[in-house]
Design a protein around this ligand. Structure first.
Ligand code: NAP
Length: 272
């Protein structure tokens, strides 16, 4: 990793990443990845399900930033979590991305074909064979994390879950801290609607900034790794600059104190 990343990595993961879900237009996705790397991002999040791995790979390949400087994460969809399918689809991801290995491969959801023993043995074998550097899980509860840690002979490096001011994930954060697992925050900007949260707007006014920057600064202060999705260069730059916004204890407490809870992603197969 080079020194473009301002914050210290969390458990080896660059502290702020670029999300790419729904960035499916090839040219737009390539441009977003190139812009993010140019601005300073060194962590890109994709998934087999997003159908944009080829574009993400093209963005990395055509950027002046070297592949080695980038932390690249993808995910295996829940249809493909049987042992042979994990190995096959991971190889297909590498082909689409045009890389020899991934920095992180996540179990996208603990659903459908997820079988803790078979799935995590496949992930562990991919790591042993050098195709992935780290094993991650996503949308796991503390109970599922405990089971995964017992089954997997390599460390679970990260749990990627929805987190933002209306879903503060206190229990999962405490669990992750106890067990050296990074918490990666998806939908950190509430799909672009953090400006609807009164407390966030109050802190925004005080600092004369934007609700998005306040939210990302609040997440970074908690030691979690936000991966905001942004398409335009202006949004990508604004998100990067959230690292330079220093919130004080009063600001943090104000957002911590929000009692309303709202989960944006709640599919039928969710484990909660
Ligand atoms: N593991 C999982 O199950 C899971 C689930 C959901 C998401 N994820 C990951 O997490 C990433 C982020 O979550 P998300 O895509 O759901 O939503 P998000 O990051 O909370 O919000 C994305 C939206 O915010 C807008 N935005 C970005 N930066 C902005 C800024 N500075 N000012 C104003 N608006 C801004 C984007 O607009 P533009 O695109 O127009 O810039 C987009 O409409 C995903 O892309 C994906 O990589 C993972």
């Amino acid at each position: 990793m080079d020194d473009a990343v301002n914050r210290s990595p969390v458990n080896g993961i660059p502290a702020l990443g670029l999300g790419t879900y729904k960035n499916t237009n090839f040219g737009s996705c390539v441009a977003s990845v190139r812009n993010a790397l140019d601005i300073g991002f060194r962590h890109i999040d994709t998934a087999q399900y997003y159908e944009n791995e080829a574009a993400v790979g093209e963005g990395i390949r055509t950027s002046p930033v070297s592949r080695e400087a980038v932390f690249l994460a993808s995910k295996v969809w829940f249809d493909d979590l049987a042992y042979d399918d994990v190995v096959r689809t991971a190889r297909e991801s590498l082909d689409r991305l045009g890389v020899d290995s991934l920095d992180m491969l996540y179990v996208h959801w603990p659903a459908e074909s997820y079988d803790p023993e078979a799935t995590l043995t496949a992930f562990s074998d991919l790591k042993r064979d050098g195709l992935i550097d780290n094993i991650g899980v996503s949308n796991f509860t503390p109970e599922l994390l405990t089971e995964a840690r017992e089954q997997c002979d390599a460390p679970i490096k990260a749990n990627q879950v929805e987190m933002h001011p209306l879903l503060q994930q206190d229990e999962l954060r405490a669990y992750a801290e106890r067990h050296d697992i990074a918490l990666v925050a998806y939908s950190p900007l509430m799909h672009g609607n953090v400006g609807d949260v009164r407390e966030v707007c109050e802190v925004t006014e005080k600092h004369e900034t934007t609700p998005e920057q306040v939210t990302l600064a609040w997440l970074l202060d908690k030691g979690v790794v936000p991966i905001p999705k942004a398409t335009s260069r202006a949004h990508i730059r604004a998100n990067w600059e959230s690292q330079f916004l220093a919130l004080d204890d009063e600001d943090i407490a104000h957002i911590d104190g929000i009692s309303e809870e709202k989960r944006l992603g709640n599919p039928a197969f969710a484990p909660w």
